[in-house]
Design a protein around this ligand. Structure first.
Ligand SMILES: NC(=O)c1ccc[n+]([C@@H]2O[C@H](COP(=O)([O-])OP(=O)(O)OC[C@H]3O[C@@H](n4cnc5c(N)ncnc54)[C@H](O)[C@@H]3O)[C@@H](O)[C@H]2O)c1
Length: 437
Protein backbone atom coordinates (compact mmCIF):
# COMPACT_ATOMS: atom_id res chain seq x y z
CA UNK A 1 0.00 0.00 0.00
CA UNK A 2 1.57 3.28 -1.14
CA UNK A 3 0.59 6.41 0.79
CA UNK A 4 0.99 9.92 -0.62
CA UNK A 5 0.81 12.91 1.73
CA UNK A 6 0.38 16.33 0.11
CA UNK A 7 1.43 19.43 2.08
CA UNK A 8 4.41 19.02 4.40
CA UNK A 9 3.55 21.54 7.11
CA UNK A 10 2.90 20.78 10.78
CA UNK A 11 0.10 18.33 10.00
CA UNK A 12 1.43 16.70 6.81
CA UNK A 13 5.06 16.34 7.87
CA UNK A 14 4.10 14.90 11.26
CA UNK A 15 1.90 12.30 9.56
CA UNK A 16 4.57 11.58 6.92
CA UNK A 17 7.23 11.03 9.58
CA UNK A 18 5.06 8.90 11.87
CA UNK A 19 3.70 6.62 9.11
CA UNK A 20 7.07 6.17 7.38
CA UNK A 21 8.81 5.34 10.65
CA UNK A 22 6.14 2.64 11.15
CA UNK A 23 7.37 1.02 7.91
CA UNK A 24 4.58 2.24 5.63
CA UNK A 25 5.63 3.02 2.05
CA UNK A 26 5.18 6.82 2.17
CA UNK A 27 5.86 9.65 -0.24
CA UNK A 28 5.64 13.22 1.05
CA UNK A 29 4.71 15.80 -1.58
CA UNK A 30 5.00 19.59 -1.34
CA UNK A 31 4.97 22.38 -3.90
CA UNK A 32 7.98 24.06 -2.24
CA UNK A 33 11.10 22.60 -3.85
CA UNK A 34 13.51 24.06 -1.29
CA UNK A 35 11.43 22.65 1.54
CA UNK A 36 11.41 19.22 -0.14
CA UNK A 37 15.21 19.27 -0.45
CA UNK A 38 15.64 20.16 3.22
CA UNK A 39 13.20 17.49 4.39
CA UNK A 40 14.87 14.86 2.14
CA UNK A 41 18.10 15.65 3.97
CA UNK A 42 16.48 15.20 7.37
CA UNK A 43 16.23 18.93 8.10
CA UNK A 44 12.86 20.02 9.47
CA UNK A 45 11.62 23.41 8.19
CA UNK A 46 10.11 24.42 11.56
CA UNK A 47 10.65 23.50 15.20
CA UNK A 48 8.53 20.67 16.56
CA UNK A 49 9.70 18.38 19.40
CA UNK A 50 10.63 14.83 18.29
CA UNK A 51 9.81 15.52 14.63
CA UNK A 52 13.39 15.46 13.36
CA UNK A 53 14.14 12.10 14.97
CA UNK A 54 10.95 10.62 13.58
CA UNK A 55 11.64 12.02 10.09
CA UNK A 56 15.20 10.66 10.05
CA UNK A 57 13.82 7.29 11.09
CA UNK A 58 11.42 7.34 8.15
CA UNK A 59 14.13 8.45 5.70
CA UNK A 60 16.23 5.43 6.72
CA UNK A 61 13.26 3.29 5.65
CA UNK A 62 11.14 3.80 2.51
CA UNK A 63 10.22 7.48 2.82
CA UNK A 64 10.63 9.64 -0.27
CA UNK A 65 10.02 13.39 -0.52
CA UNK A 66 9.19 15.07 -3.81
CA UNK A 67 7.57 18.03 -5.55
CA UNK A 68 6.62 15.79 -8.49
CA UNK A 69 2.87 15.28 -8.24
CA UNK A 70 2.78 12.49 -10.86
CA UNK A 71 3.75 10.10 -8.06
CA UNK A 72 0.06 10.33 -7.03
CA UNK A 73 -0.67 7.94 -9.91
CA UNK A 74 0.92 5.11 -7.92
CA UNK A 75 -0.73 5.86 -4.57
CA UNK A 76 -3.47 3.81 -2.91
CA UNK A 77 -4.13 6.46 -0.28
CA UNK A 78 -3.66 10.20 -0.77
CA UNK A 79 -3.79 12.47 2.28
CA UNK A 80 -4.26 16.22 1.76
CA UNK A 81 -2.87 18.47 4.49
CA UNK A 82 -2.35 21.82 2.80
CA UNK A 83 -3.15 25.14 4.47
CA UNK A 84 -6.63 26.66 4.43
CA UNK A 85 -5.88 30.26 5.50
CA UNK A 86 -8.31 33.15 5.83
CA UNK A 87 -9.28 35.88 3.40
CA UNK A 88 -9.18 39.53 4.49
CA UNK A 89 -12.89 39.39 5.45
CA UNK A 90 -12.30 36.34 7.67
CA UNK A 91 -13.82 33.82 5.27
CA UNK A 92 -11.87 30.68 4.40
CA UNK A 93 -9.44 30.82 1.47
CA UNK A 94 -9.82 27.54 -0.43
CA UNK A 95 -7.54 28.42 -3.35
CA UNK A 96 -4.67 26.11 -2.28
CA UNK A 97 -6.83 23.07 -1.61
CA UNK A 98 -8.78 23.59 -4.87
CA UNK A 99 -5.51 23.63 -6.81
CA UNK A 100 -4.30 20.49 -5.03
CA UNK A 101 -7.48 18.45 -5.61
CA UNK A 102 -7.49 19.55 -9.22
CA UNK A 103 -3.94 18.13 -9.59
CA UNK A 104 -5.03 14.95 -7.77
CA UNK A 105 -7.95 14.61 -10.21
CA UNK A 106 -5.68 14.96 -13.24
CA UNK A 107 -3.37 12.33 -11.82
CA UNK A 108 -5.96 9.77 -10.78
CA UNK A 109 -7.24 9.93 -14.35
CA UNK A 110 -4.06 7.95 -15.09
CA UNK A 111 -4.19 5.88 -11.87
CA UNK A 112 -5.10 2.26 -12.48
CA UNK A 113 -5.76 1.75 -8.77
CA UNK A 114 -8.88 2.87 -6.94
CA UNK A 115 -7.34 5.35 -4.48
CA UNK A 116 -8.84 6.82 -1.32
CA UNK A 117 -8.40 10.58 -0.99
CA UNK A 118 -8.42 11.68 2.63
CA UNK A 119 -8.77 15.39 3.39
CA UNK A 120 -7.12 16.43 6.67
CA UNK A 121 -7.17 20.18 5.98
CA UNK A 122 -9.80 22.11 7.93
CA UNK A 123 -12.61 23.11 5.56
CA UNK A 124 -15.92 24.84 6.10
CA UNK A 125 -19.12 22.70 5.88
CA UNK A 126 -20.18 21.99 2.31
CA UNK A 127 -16.65 22.20 0.87
CA UNK A 128 -16.29 18.45 0.34
CA UNK A 129 -19.65 17.95 -1.38
CA UNK A 130 -19.92 21.22 -3.25
CA UNK A 131 -16.29 21.97 -4.19
CA UNK A 132 -13.80 19.13 -3.69
CA UNK A 133 -15.92 16.23 -4.97
CA UNK A 134 -17.04 18.01 -8.20
CA UNK A 135 -13.43 19.05 -8.99
CA UNK A 136 -12.15 15.50 -8.45
CA UNK A 137 -14.87 13.87 -10.58
CA UNK A 138 -14.53 16.43 -13.37
CA UNK A 139 -10.74 16.31 -13.58
CA UNK A 140 -10.46 12.52 -13.26
CA UNK A 141 -13.50 11.65 -15.31
CA UNK A 142 -14.17 9.04 -12.61
CA UNK A 143 -16.93 8.48 -10.05
CA UNK A 144 -16.58 8.74 -6.29
CA UNK A 145 -17.72 5.59 -4.52
CA UNK A 146 -16.92 3.45 -7.57
CA UNK A 147 -13.51 4.51 -8.92
CA UNK A 148 -12.13 6.36 -5.92
CA UNK A 149 -13.08 7.21 -2.35
CA UNK A 150 -13.26 10.64 -0.72
CA UNK A 151 -13.11 10.97 3.05
CA UNK A 152 -13.06 13.91 5.48
CA UNK A 153 -10.59 13.31 8.28
CA UNK A 154 -10.20 16.52 10.31
CA UNK A 155 -6.99 16.80 12.29
CA UNK A 156 -6.89 17.63 16.02
CA UNK A 157 -3.16 17.69 16.71
CA UNK A 158 -1.56 20.50 18.68
CA UNK A 159 1.73 22.06 17.71
CA UNK A 160 4.41 21.26 20.33
CA UNK A 161 2.92 17.75 20.75
CA UNK A 162 2.25 17.01 17.06
CA UNK A 163 4.13 13.70 17.01
CA UNK A 164 2.45 12.34 20.12
CA UNK A 165 -0.96 13.53 18.89
CA UNK A 166 -0.38 11.95 15.46
CA UNK A 167 0.62 8.63 17.03
CA UNK A 168 -2.09 8.67 19.67
CA UNK A 169 -5.03 10.85 18.57
CA UNK A 170 -7.88 11.16 21.09
CA UNK A 171 -10.40 10.57 18.27
CA UNK A 172 -10.51 9.73 14.58
CA UNK A 173 -13.33 11.27 12.54
CA UNK A 174 -14.13 9.77 9.14
CA UNK A 175 -16.75 11.61 7.12
CA UNK A 176 -18.21 10.61 3.78
CA UNK A 177 -20.47 8.22 1.95
CA UNK A 178 -20.82 4.71 3.33
CA UNK A 179 -18.97 2.92 0.52
CA UNK A 180 -16.37 0.15 0.21
CA UNK A 181 -13.76 2.93 0.54
CA UNK A 182 -15.14 4.04 3.90
CA UNK A 183 -15.00 0.41 5.13
CA UNK A 184 -11.39 0.14 3.99
CA UNK A 185 -10.46 3.47 5.59
CA UNK A 186 -12.06 2.43 8.88
CA UNK A 187 -10.07 -0.82 8.84
CA UNK A 188 -6.78 1.03 8.22
CA UNK A 189 -7.39 3.60 11.00
CA UNK A 190 -8.51 0.86 13.42
CA UNK A 191 -5.22 -0.93 12.81
CA UNK A 192 -3.23 2.29 13.19
CA UNK A 193 -5.03 3.43 16.36
CA UNK A 194 -6.58 0.34 18.01
CA UNK A 195 -7.53 2.20 21.21
CA UNK A 196 -8.94 5.35 19.68
CA UNK A 197 -12.68 5.94 19.16
CA UNK A 198 -13.55 6.24 15.48
CA UNK A 199 -16.53 8.42 14.59
CA UNK A 200 -18.05 7.60 11.23
CA UNK A 201 -20.29 10.34 9.86
CA UNK A 202 -21.08 12.32 6.72
CA UNK A 203 -18.84 14.98 5.19
CA UNK A 204 -20.75 18.02 6.51
CA UNK A 205 -20.76 16.76 10.10
CA UNK A 206 -17.06 15.90 9.96
CA UNK A 207 -16.34 19.39 8.66
CA UNK A 208 -18.31 21.20 11.39
CA UNK A 209 -16.90 18.92 14.15
CA UNK A 210 -13.48 20.50 13.66
CA UNK A 211 -14.91 24.03 13.98
CA UNK A 212 -17.00 22.99 16.98
CA UNK A 213 -13.86 21.70 18.65
CA UNK A 214 -11.75 24.79 18.05
CA UNK A 215 -14.49 27.31 18.81
CA UNK A 216 -15.21 25.54 22.10
CA UNK A 217 -11.53 25.76 23.06
CA UNK A 218 -11.47 29.46 22.14
CA UNK A 219 -14.60 29.92 24.28
CA UNK A 220 -12.90 28.33 27.28
CA UNK A 221 -9.93 30.66 26.86
CA UNK A 222 -12.06 33.79 26.55
CA UNK A 223 -14.15 32.67 29.53
CA UNK A 224 -11.14 32.34 31.82
CA UNK A 225 -9.63 35.56 30.46
CA UNK A 226 -12.83 37.47 31.19
CA UNK A 227 -12.78 36.04 34.72
CA UNK A 228 -9.13 37.02 35.08
CA UNK A 229 -10.14 40.64 34.41
CA UNK A 230 -12.73 40.39 37.17
CA UNK A 231 -10.14 38.85 39.51
CA UNK A 232 -7.84 41.81 38.98
CA UNK A 233 -10.51 43.94 40.69
CA UNK A 234 -10.82 41.61 43.72
CA UNK A 235 -8.06 42.11 46.32
CA UNK A 236 -5.67 39.10 46.31
CA UNK A 237 -7.91 36.95 44.07
CA UNK A 238 -5.93 34.43 42.00
CA UNK A 239 -7.21 33.16 38.66
CA UNK A 240 -5.01 30.04 38.76
CA UNK A 241 -6.76 28.73 41.88
CA UNK A 242 -10.08 29.34 40.15
CA UNK A 243 -9.03 27.61 36.91
CA UNK A 244 -7.55 24.68 38.84
CA UNK A 245 -10.68 24.25 40.96
CA UNK A 246 -13.32 24.51 38.27
CA UNK A 247 -11.14 22.29 36.08
CA UNK A 248 -11.54 19.50 38.63
CA UNK A 249 -15.25 19.42 37.87
CA UNK A 250 -15.47 16.60 35.30
CA UNK A 251 -18.18 18.55 33.47
CA UNK A 252 -15.66 21.32 32.83
CA UNK A 253 -12.19 19.70 32.48
CA UNK A 254 -8.85 21.25 33.36
CA UNK A 255 -7.36 22.16 29.97
CA UNK A 256 -7.53 25.56 28.29
CA UNK A 257 -8.30 27.32 31.56
CA UNK A 258 -4.98 29.18 31.87
CA UNK A 259 -5.67 32.89 31.71
CA UNK A 260 -3.26 34.78 29.52
CA UNK A 261 -2.89 37.36 26.77
CA UNK A 262 -5.58 35.73 24.61
CA UNK A 263 -5.68 32.91 22.07
CA UNK A 264 -3.46 33.03 19.01
CA UNK A 265 -1.72 30.58 16.71
CA UNK A 266 -2.35 29.14 13.29
CA UNK A 267 -5.75 27.57 14.06
CA UNK A 268 -8.04 29.15 16.69
CA UNK A 269 -8.19 32.72 15.34
CA UNK A 270 -8.66 31.70 11.69
CA UNK A 271 -11.12 28.90 12.45
CA UNK A 272 -13.17 31.20 14.70
CA UNK A 273 -13.32 33.80 11.93
CA UNK A 274 -14.25 31.20 9.31
CA UNK A 275 -17.04 29.81 11.51
CA UNK A 276 -18.41 33.28 12.31
CA UNK A 277 -18.36 34.13 8.62
CA UNK A 278 -20.04 30.82 7.72
CA UNK A 279 -22.73 31.32 10.39
CA UNK A 280 -23.51 34.81 9.10
CA UNK A 281 -23.77 33.68 5.48
CA UNK A 282 -26.08 30.88 6.69
CA UNK A 283 -28.39 33.44 8.32
CA UNK A 284 -27.33 32.75 11.93
CA UNK A 285 -26.20 35.58 14.19
CA UNK A 286 -23.25 34.02 16.07
CA UNK A 287 -23.71 36.06 19.28
CA UNK A 288 -21.58 33.83 21.52
CA UNK A 289 -18.76 33.40 19.00
CA UNK A 290 -18.64 37.17 18.43
CA UNK A 291 -18.36 37.71 22.19
CA UNK A 292 -15.52 35.16 22.41
CA UNK A 293 -13.61 37.11 19.75
CA UNK A 294 -14.36 40.44 21.39
CA UNK A 295 -13.02 39.25 24.75
CA UNK A 296 -9.89 38.06 22.95
CA UNK A 297 -9.31 41.43 21.28
CA UNK A 298 -9.92 43.27 24.57
CA UNK A 299 -7.39 41.09 26.39
CA UNK A 300 -4.59 42.58 24.31
CA UNK A 301 -5.94 46.08 25.02
CA UNK A 302 -5.80 45.17 28.75
CA UNK A 303 -2.09 44.43 28.47
CA UNK A 304 -1.43 47.73 26.70
CA UNK A 305 -3.40 49.51 29.41
CA UNK A 306 -1.25 47.81 32.09
CA UNK A 307 1.92 49.01 30.31
CA UNK A 308 0.57 52.55 29.95
CA UNK A 309 -0.43 52.67 33.61
CA UNK A 310 3.20 51.95 34.48
CA UNK A 311 5.06 53.93 31.78
CA UNK A 312 2.63 56.67 30.69
CA UNK A 313 3.30 57.76 27.11
CA UNK A 314 5.07 54.87 25.39
CA UNK A 315 7.09 56.88 22.85
CA UNK A 316 10.82 56.04 23.19
CA UNK A 317 10.16 53.75 26.16
CA UNK A 318 12.33 50.63 26.14
CA UNK A 319 10.14 47.56 26.41
CA UNK A 320 11.23 43.92 26.43
CA UNK A 321 8.96 41.14 25.21
CA UNK A 322 9.73 37.61 26.40
CA UNK A 323 8.30 35.09 23.95
CA UNK A 324 6.95 35.70 20.47
CA UNK A 325 5.85 32.15 19.55
CA UNK A 326 2.13 31.63 20.13
CA UNK A 327 2.87 28.91 22.68
CA UNK A 328 5.99 27.26 24.15
CA UNK A 329 7.87 24.48 22.29
CA UNK A 330 7.12 25.85 18.85
CA UNK A 331 8.65 28.50 16.60
CA UNK A 332 5.26 29.23 15.03
CA UNK A 333 4.34 32.91 15.27
CA UNK A 334 1.29 32.81 12.97
CA UNK A 335 -1.41 34.98 14.59
CA UNK A 336 0.63 35.12 17.78
CA UNK A 337 -0.74 37.70 20.27
CA UNK A 338 2.83 38.68 21.02
CA UNK A 339 3.34 39.77 17.41
CA UNK A 340 0.13 41.83 17.57
CA UNK A 341 1.33 43.41 20.80
CA UNK A 342 4.66 44.39 19.23
CA UNK A 343 2.82 45.93 16.25
CA UNK A 344 0.66 48.01 18.59
CA UNK A 345 3.63 49.11 20.70
CA UNK A 346 5.60 50.11 17.59
CA UNK A 347 2.66 52.27 16.51
CA UNK A 348 3.05 54.05 19.84
CA UNK A 349 6.78 54.49 19.05
CA UNK A 350 8.06 52.26 21.84
CA UNK A 351 11.54 50.71 21.45
CA UNK A 352 11.22 46.95 21.48
CA UNK A 353 13.68 44.17 22.25
CA UNK A 354 12.50 40.59 22.09
CA UNK A 355 13.74 37.23 23.31
CA UNK A 356 12.40 33.83 22.30
CA UNK A 357 14.21 30.48 22.56
CA UNK A 358 13.06 29.30 19.09
CA UNK A 359 11.15 32.00 17.23
CA UNK A 360 13.71 34.81 16.73
CA UNK A 361 14.30 34.01 13.04
CA UNK A 362 10.56 33.94 12.27
CA UNK A 363 10.07 37.20 14.19
CA UNK A 364 12.87 38.84 12.17
CA UNK A 365 10.88 37.87 9.07
CA UNK A 366 8.09 40.21 10.23
CA UNK A 367 9.86 43.11 11.92
CA UNK A 368 13.36 43.13 10.41
CA UNK A 369 15.34 46.06 11.80
CA UNK A 370 12.30 47.73 13.43
CA UNK A 371 13.02 45.94 16.71
CA UNK A 372 16.00 44.39 18.50
CA UNK A 373 16.56 40.69 19.07
CA UNK A 374 18.45 39.03 21.88
CA UNK A 375 19.48 35.43 22.36
CA UNK A 376 20.04 36.05 26.06
CA UNK A 377 17.25 37.07 28.44
CA UNK A 378 19.65 39.08 30.59
CA UNK A 379 20.81 41.12 27.60
CA UNK A 380 17.20 41.62 26.45
CA UNK A 381 16.40 43.07 29.89
CA UNK A 382 19.41 45.35 30.08
CA UNK A 383 18.32 49.06 30.25
CA UNK A 384 14.70 48.04 29.66
CA UNK A 385 11.95 50.03 31.39
CA UNK A 386 9.37 47.27 31.35
CA UNK A 387 9.34 43.55 30.56
CA UNK A 388 6.27 41.62 29.43
CA UNK A 389 6.23 37.83 29.72
CA UNK A 390 4.04 36.68 26.84
CA UNK A 391 4.87 33.01 26.15
CA UNK A 392 5.08 30.35 28.83
CA UNK A 393 8.57 29.08 27.93
CA UNK A 394 9.88 26.93 30.81
CA UNK A 395 13.12 28.94 31.08
CA UNK A 396 11.23 32.11 32.13
CA UNK A 397 10.18 30.33 35.32
CA UNK A 398 13.80 30.54 36.46
CA UNK A 399 14.03 34.34 36.26
CA UNK A 400 15.23 35.90 39.52
CA UNK A 401 16.34 39.24 40.97
CA UNK A 402 19.71 38.90 39.27
CA UNK A 403 18.16 38.88 35.82
CA UNK A 404 16.26 42.12 36.48
CA UNK A 405 19.25 43.98 37.97
CA UNK A 406 20.24 45.80 34.79
CA UNK A 407 16.77 47.08 34.00
CA UNK A 408 16.35 50.87 33.93
CA UNK A 409 12.97 50.43 35.65
CA UNK A 410 12.13 47.09 37.19
CA UNK A 411 8.57 46.75 35.93
CA UNK A 412 7.44 43.18 35.21
CA UNK A 413 4.09 42.43 33.53
CA UNK A 414 3.57 38.68 33.76
CA UNK A 415 0.81 37.56 31.38
CA UNK A 416 1.30 33.93 32.44
CA UNK A 417 1.81 34.31 36.21
CA UNK A 418 5.09 32.42 35.96
CA UNK A 419 6.88 34.41 38.67
CA UNK A 420 3.97 34.71 41.04
CA UNK A 421 5.58 32.68 43.84
CA UNK A 422 8.97 34.41 43.69
CA UNK A 423 10.17 37.07 46.12
CA UNK A 424 11.18 39.65 43.56
CA UNK A 425 12.49 43.11 44.10
CA UNK A 426 10.44 44.45 41.16
CA UNK A 427 7.16 46.23 40.44
CA UNK A 428 5.17 43.12 39.55
CA UNK A 429 1.78 43.01 37.80
CA UNK A 430 0.13 39.83 36.58
CA UNK A 431 -2.95 39.03 34.53
CA UNK A 432 -5.62 37.55 36.78
CA UNK A 433 -4.12 38.61 40.07
CA UNK A 434 -6.00 40.97 42.38
CA UNK A 435 -3.82 43.60 44.05
CA UNK A 436 -3.22 43.58 47.81
CA UNK A 437 -5.27 46.26 49.56
N1 LIG B 1 -1.05 23.46 12.57
C1 LIG B 1 -1.93 22.90 13.35
O1 LIG B 1 -1.77 22.86 14.58
C2 LIG B 1 -3.19 22.26 12.79
C3 LIG B 1 -3.95 21.42 13.61
C4 LIG B 1 -5.11 20.85 13.11
C5 LIG B 1 -5.52 21.14 11.80
N2 LIG B 1 -4.78 21.98 11.05
C6 LIG B 1 -5.23 22.24 9.66
O2 LIG B 1 -4.46 21.41 8.79
C7 LIG B 1 -4.17 22.11 7.58
C8 LIG B 1 -2.65 22.22 7.40
O3 LIG B 1 -2.16 23.01 8.46
P1 LIG B 1 -0.57 23.20 8.71
O4 LIG B 1 -0.44 24.04 9.93
O5 LIG B 1 0.09 21.88 8.66
O6 LIG B 1 -0.21 24.05 7.41
P2 LIG B 1 1.20 24.64 7.01
O7 LIG B 1 0.95 25.98 6.47
O8 LIG B 1 2.18 24.45 8.12
O9 LIG B 1 1.65 23.68 5.82
C9 LIG B 1 1.03 23.61 4.58
C10 LIG B 1 2.02 23.00 3.57
O10 LIG B 1 1.37 22.90 2.32
C11 LIG B 1 2.31 23.25 1.31
N3 LIG B 1 1.59 23.66 0.09
C12 LIG B 1 1.04 24.87 -0.21
N4 LIG B 1 0.49 24.82 -1.44
C13 LIG B 1 0.67 23.56 -1.90
C14 LIG B 1 0.33 22.90 -3.10
N5 LIG B 1 -0.34 23.53 -4.06
N6 LIG B 1 0.69 21.61 -3.24
C15 LIG B 1 1.36 20.97 -2.26
N7 LIG B 1 1.72 21.54 -1.09
C16 LIG B 1 1.38 22.83 -0.93
C17 LIG B 1 3.13 24.37 1.93
O11 LIG B 1 4.37 24.51 1.26
C18 LIG B 1 3.27 23.85 3.36
O12 LIG B 1 4.41 23.04 3.49
C19 LIG B 1 -4.90 23.44 7.68
O13 LIG B 1 -6.16 23.31 7.10
C20 LIG B 1 -5.04 23.65 9.19
O14 LIG B 1 -6.13 24.47 9.52
C21 LIG B 1 -3.61 22.52 11.49
Amino acid sequence: MKIGIIGLGFVGLSLTSVLSSKDFDVVGIDIDEEKCKKISNGIIPFFEPNLEKMLKNGLKKKLKITNDFSIIQNCDIIFVAVGTPQNKNGSIDLSIIKKVVSTIGENILKNKKKPIIIIKSTVIPGTMEKIILPILEKKSNKKEGKDFGLISNPEFLQESSAIRDTKFPHVVVLGGNQTQFMKKAKKIFKKLHPNTPIIITNHQTAEIIKYANNSFLATKISFINQLSNICQKIPEANIDDIGKTIGLDPRIGKLFLNAGPGYGGSCLPKDMKALINFAKTSGINPTLLNAVEEVNTKQLEQIILMIKQKLGNLASKKITILGTSFKPDTDDIRDSISIELIEKLLKRKALITIHDPKAIENTKGIFGSKIKYSKSVKYALSKSQCVIIMTQWKQYEKLNNNDFNDMAKKIVIDCRRMLIKKQLDVDYVAIGLGKKN
